[in-house]
Design a protein around this ligand. Sequence first.
Ligand code: MSP
Length: 499
Amino acid sequence: MSRYFLTTPIYYVTAQPHLGHAYSTITADALARWHRLLGEEVHFLTGTDEHGQKVADKAAAEGKDPQAFVDEIAPLYAKAWDRLGITNDDFIRTTEERHKIGVRELLQRCYDAGDIELDVYKGKYCVACEEYYTDDELDPGDLCRIHRQPVQYYEEENYFFRLSRFQQRLLDWYDAHPGAIKPEFRGNEALGLIRSGLRDFSVSRTSLQWGIPLPWDDKHVAYVWFDALANYITAIGYGTDEERFNTWWPGRHLIGKDIIRHHCVYWPAMLMSAGLEPPAGWAVGGWLLVGGEKMSKTQGNVVNPLDLVDEIGVDGFRYYVLAETPYGNDGDFTAEGLDARYNSDLANNLGNLLSRVATVVGKKCDGVGPAPSPDSPLAAVAASAYADTAKAWDDVQPSRALEATWSLIRATNAYLEANEPWKAEPGPAVDTVMGDALEALRIVSVLASPAVPESAQAVWQRIGMPGNVIDQRLPHAAAWGGYPGGLTVVKGDPLFPRR
Ligand code: MSP
């Protein structure tokens, strides 16, 4: 069976989970769910990034010991993901022992390979990015371009990772693995970074205690990005359980565009240095902006995803973030957009189809769903909806996948309108139309389940299907003719009450 190991970035515990974190976690969750439907053995990892200057500063500002501080915040992420229906198989915290062991192992391997060396660093550092910058990478006034706050001048003895040695190896690797970064234009950004020349980066700090000490020199703690990236392998047993590690690595990373350099340049080079395989792939998303700006406390535009879920439901929220923005591009979050999507796609299309079908089956078929016709005109529509949905998930394009799935919903509504079974006398003609519509709903519930899992299960149950929609397997479950007929169809309350 093929294996699919998928990760999200691990989130800094300096803030509570916000809309941007939810966006990346929901996208990854939907992908993980899709791959489970395909019958792959999925391991889906998320977690929290708990070391580094930023976290230490924040804990100090609150007058707390850093460990006590991170112990308060990390569970907020786990709870938020629970509320959003996230099906992660593991949750790694970088303050866990399994992680510390693996990070030391990785550092030691790179050191033994001769790729980590001592040097003196003088330069400008953005604490929010945890990154050194040169003058030409900063805005006037020495402002970080991402955070728009002044960088700090640091001078210290650091160990350096000799990234400059990896330029050709990285270019060769990407050359041999076309399409490893999706979408393609984000891959081109990564290649541009590599081609423009690679600077060694420092992998240790002496000015800071809140981190993992280097195994060969405990005056230094590991640079937070070296520590953080390693989570992807420490969580699956690197340094602690080699067999498990070999089972799952290489994995795939879903990230935001702001962390391309770390994930697509530093990370594969670190892995190569340690004698490990680079990742199997990357999916790079844009930012979900609020009022055209990245969310931040200073902008005062932080949106708490859990407030939205209370308003519009888990699936309404998940559907919106997946359907609204082509993955890879920036999107703009608006409350009006959220309502508009909900009303048009969920209430008027999916919800309306289900309620129509259940009503007519109740009135004209004694509440018992008839079987579909093998040569229904909807069969071909369902086949192409499946093919397009599958292709789009494979390309990590959830908005296109949902568009393809919804094409079957729209076609089924149109089919009902053309046949008007609600006006006809009960009999074989009505039964055929309703059987076809039920079959379309069955297929839709499978294909839509990665995005709207609770509603997909509700549709599945109301049309009388036994068991769980998430236990279905593709492509079999999308093949026309799976609705057996003779099942009790339940009308129930509106699935998506209009807003
Ligand atoms: N801790 C690092 C990642 C280490 S991974 C080895 C980090 N954390 S973060 O919490 O600041 O951001 C994590 C991810 O969330 C980033 O990929 C970032 O792009 C994403 N998002 C944060 N705000 C976002 C939006 N407003 N929109 C979409 N994603 C955004 O970076």
